[in-house]
Design a protein. Structure first.
Length: 325
């Protein structure tokens, strides 16, 4: 019989006591049931998850929209600041370019006047032929490659081969459809060059390595790593100013040059004819030269024979006296 009165437990107290007593066990059973349900009915769980996501999607969108709006406003403000700084920089650069343009026009006019006074004649315009690299013809003892352009395209021996970065080499052998390019790193390559900053002239010699060396520099030449090397135009092989490379290392013995062009990654080159005849055709033999172009052998003058000394004895009675005329 349940006690009734002020101190008797009510029904709510009884339910609370039961829940507290069996809450831990109930949670374990619920978790186990959810695990079994998830493994047994995956489709049902995914559908429930999808419905929950659909239910909370408008709320999440409403929360995210103000944040996205604030973020977009901040980005626009940042872009406006960057555009203002860029506009200021471009304005200053434009002013400097206008000053340089004025100076360049003045120098151009002065140059034209001086050329007219000196009757200066510019060289012929260079003609070029683009060609694709088809083979690496190099080896242990040579540095060369083949290009798909030959006598059919007007390629001749001695013509320069360049890219947009600088000098590659020169044509050293031609066929009807192909040509062989002697690279500037080849052991037989000798290029007249100069240091762009000091204008000191020398010879860049290949040695079948990635970095050729500078030789024949004038005594007392100051060489520093980072100096640009360009062709000097001496010898009539190449025009002046073609980029070649940059000085990479200097020691007491050698001055190494790193070429601007990496010959291992070449695909298309340009064969340029500068109209120079400094490098003759290697197939042009001495007997093929014109008659007036063949050096004549200078014959040494025949030695003059000295006459033997003779002693003249006067005849008797033929002696001259001092009184006789």
């Amino acid at each position: 019989m349940v006690k009734q009165g002020p101190g008797a437990p009510t029904r709510v107290d009884v339910i609370r006591n039961l829940l507290q007593r069996f809450a831990y066990l109930g949670l374990i059973l619920a978790a186990f049931g959810l695990m079994m349900l998830g493994k047994a009915e995956t489709v049902i769980v995914e559908e429930v998850r999808a419905r929950i996501n659909d239910a909370f999607a408008p709320i999440m969108e409403a929360v995210a929209e103000p944040a996205e709006t604030v973020r977009s406003y901040l980005n626009e403000g940042r872009q406006l600041i960057e555009l203002h700084e860029e506009n200021k920089r471009l304005t200053e650069e434009n002013q400097r370019l206008l000053q340089w343009q004025t100076a360049a026009r003045k120098i151009q006019e002065e140059n034209e006047i001086l050329r007219g006074l000196l009757n200066y004649q510019t060289g012929p315009d260079a003609s070029y032929q683009a060609a694709r690299v088809i083979s690496d013809d190099g080896g242990i003892f040579s540095e060369s490659m083949l290009i798909y352009a030959g006598a059919r395209e007007g390629v001749n021996n001695g013509q320069a081969v360049i890219t947009g970065e600088g000098l590659v080499g020169r044509i050293a052998g031609i066929a009807y459809r192909s040509s062989r390019v002697l690279l500037i790193t080849d052991l037989n390559s000798r290029i007249p060059v100069m240091i762009e900053s000091s204008r000191a002239r020398g010879i860049m010699a290949g040695r079948n390595e990635d970095k050729p060396v500078l030789t024949k520099l004038p005594p007392g030449t100051i060489v520093s790593p980072g100096d640009r090397i360009v062709t000097s135009g001496h010898g009539g092989a190449f025009p002046q100013g073609v980029p070649v490379g940059i000085i990479s290392s200097v020691d007491d013995v050698t001055v190494e040059v790193t070429p601007f062009v990496d010959s291992q990654r070449l695909e298309i080159v340009r064969v340029v004819d500068y109209g120079l005849d400094g490098i003759l055709d290697r197939h042009r033999l001495k007997t093929d030269l014109p008659k007036n172009d063949i050096p004549k052998k200078i014959e040494a003058p025949s030695p003059v024979k000295a006459e033997p000394m003779r002693t003249v004895v006067p005849k008797p009675g033929a002696e001259r006296r001092p009184s006789e005329p």
